[in-house]
Design a protein around this ligand. Sequence first.
Ligand code: OAD
Ligand code: ZN
Length: 278
Amino acid sequence: QTLSERSISAVAHLITSGKVRRIVVMTGAGISTAAGIPDFRSPDTGLYANLASLDLPEPEAVFDLSFFRENPKPFYVLAKELYPGNYHPTISHAFISLLASKKLLHQLFTQNIDCLERAAGIPEDLIIEAHGSFATQRCVDCKTPYDDDKMRDHIRRGDVPRCEAKQNDIDCVCGGLVKPDIVFFGEQLPKAFFDRITKAEEADLVLVLGTSLQVHPFASLPNLAPDHVPRVLFNMERVGTMGSQADDVLVLGECDGGVRKLADALGWREELERKWRD
Ligand code: OAD
Ligand code: ZN
């Protein structure tokens, strides 16, 4: 047995013995790559490595509010690729959903904007979309919400939607840029994120999956649980402070594989595969 396999069974035992009841899960783009959605920072396959054709000052500019105001086109080229609809949840999503059905999920914090958590059946009140999502959109100037169906059409065509709100009582439309309610660099995270931060402090087990932990304030969430609380990382690489505490467990490699190992150790494997297929 490798060390990480022994550790996985130790984590499983904490759960099956009932010692752990408030699992807090933190996720990033790595849990959706198996669904066919690229992550951001992987060297060859990540979006930031493949934005050269968009002529950006730096890759992150695609999510920068002041850049967007001047040049919204690159974001809409990307949005066409990232837009939810054609993708299915992964085993990792199904595992989080299984935790929820077993009343063990205290809170999920996700950085993902693909809405696959909802698609996996995780109850909405247990999901914090820390970086927003494509579910709603509004004008960056007057903040008027924009129609969902029209938005879908624009994104499919890859062109930029403009606000149609009437200004005052004259027949003049706003014309401002419409942007999905995704948190861009330079914008505040949703209020719900800050409201639920206490959930991260209440965790008795922390699971971190598929994130480089490079974007703050999300990146500091795994540090909010008390020091004695075990933290498990399912990721291709070691990230953030994961691995620095005595009870940290690193499960390096594809997160779906790591999650299947944990499900095996829990005796939940069949149930998990069934949930994933349904
Ligand atoms: P990143 O692309 O920064 O990191 C993804 C992490 O997942 C990396 O450490 C990968 O090695 C790992 N990974 C990829 N595929 C994996 C797999 N199948 N199994 C396990 N690990 C895998 O993505 P995030 O951390 O989510 O902001 O990025 C954070 C934020 O930066 C995003 O929310 C985005 C971006 O700017 C917005 O969308 C507003
Ligand atoms: Zn407007």
